[in-house]
Design a binder for this molecule. Structure first.
Ligand SMILES: *[C@@H]1O[C@H](CO)[C@@H](O)[C@H](O)[C@H]1NC(C)=O
Length: 321
């Protein structure tokens, strides 16, 4: 199968097939590279620690076994995977002269980042739905958001993420690559990869923009509209509980903006060759996964109390052993 494919590509393009890609990286300046390394390292390690802490706190604390926190813990798992797709290789590559990735590695980066990104998108929508039920139908909250519903949401989000990612794969796996193999980036993404293919990719670029770009724009506006609707609903009954709901909502909205902002920029902006683009990519790769736990934990009293409880338990265990 593989042999057939490559021989077909060779006959079509009449030249050799690209088996690896070279990243140009972020900058040639030594100072900037050191800065980027420290910056990414710090935020990568903090993302891992913060998200791991959320997962451990939520799973170990029975008080946090409500749908909202279980979905949040699942979001943290997704962030853990997401920040480990491109960032570790980027950090190792920073000080290498030749930053090379195999063809398969490149495809894998694209597949996993789209699968995980798509899943996160659906999960963010599910979290908005969860807040909708909690605020507009509080009496039905526990019957609507029952454990089966939560499992269903999870299965649906991973399924949709995988379908989205496989659909993107269908566009690119059969592309012939024969010419230049240099990506002006530090990770593989579809818009740049397509530009290297030796066919007319105009229609393909349009398809990808329609698939990834349109999905993220539509999802973003749906989410923003639903949060505006929730904020307006909250305004009507002002009480003590609504100020807590307000702080939860603002945390959700911040996360949504941080997640979708860079995405929409990547897929809707016509020229992906600016420096801003690359720095935004770092932001998306390590900073957004780091900010999720910060936003959710530092601003959330229940979460802080649970973490304190967890630390106290851990200390007690250490003392007794
Ligand atoms: C994800 O959500 C499911 C369903 O609510 C829950 O059972 C599971 O514990 C959550 N995962 C984590 C890591 O908390």
């Amino acid at each position: 199968m593989k042999v057939n494919l490559s021989s077909e590509q060779v006959s079509k393009t009449n030249s050799s097939v690209v088996s690896e890609f070279v990243f140009l990286g972020l900058s040639n300046s030594w100072e900037i590279q050191i800065f980027l390394f420290c910056f990414s390292c710090f935020f990568y390690v903090s993302s891992l620690t913060g998200n791991l802490l959320i997962v451990i706190t939520v799973t170990s604390d029975p008080y946090l076994h409500s749908p909202m926190y279980l979905l949040l813990a699942n979001l943290s798992v997704i962030d853990l995977i997401f920040c480990s797709i491109a960032a570790p290789k980027m950090m190792c590559d920073l000080f290498r002269k030749q930053k090379v990735i195999s063809f398969g590695g490149c495809i894998a980066q694209i597949f996993f980042s789209h699968a995980v990104g798509g899943t996160e998108m659906v999960l963010l929508m599910a979290m908005a739905f969860d807040r909708y039920v909690a605020i507009c139908k509080p009496l039905h909250y526990l019957t609507v958001m029952n454990p089966r519903m939560c499992i269903l949401i999870l299965v649906a989000s991973w399924t949709i993420g995988l379908i989205h990612s496989s659909a993107q794969m269908a566009f690119i796996v059969n592309l012939p690559f024969c010419g230049p193999n240099v990506l002006d980036s530090f990770y593989c993404d579809i818009p740049r990869l397509i530009k290297l293919a030796c066919t007319d990719t105009y229609r393909l670029e349009f398809m990808v923009m329609a698939n990834s770009g349109l999905i993220s724009v539509v999802a973003f506006f749906l989410l923003v509209l639903s949060y505006i609707f929730l904020l307006v609903t909250l305004q009507k009954h002002s009480s003590a509980s609504s100020s807590k709901a307000l702080s939860t909502l603002s945390a959700h909205i911040t996360v949504v903006v941080l997640f979708f902002g860079p995405l929409m920029f990547f897929y809707m902006w016509p020229s992906p060759s600016t420096h801003l683009d690359k720095f935004l990519a770092i932001f998306d790769a390590v900073l957004t996964p780091f900010l999720n736990p910060v936003i959710y934990t530092f601003r959330n009293r229940e979460m802080k109390v649970a973490m304190r409880r967890l630390f106290r338990t851990l200390l007690a265990v250490r003392k007794t052993t």
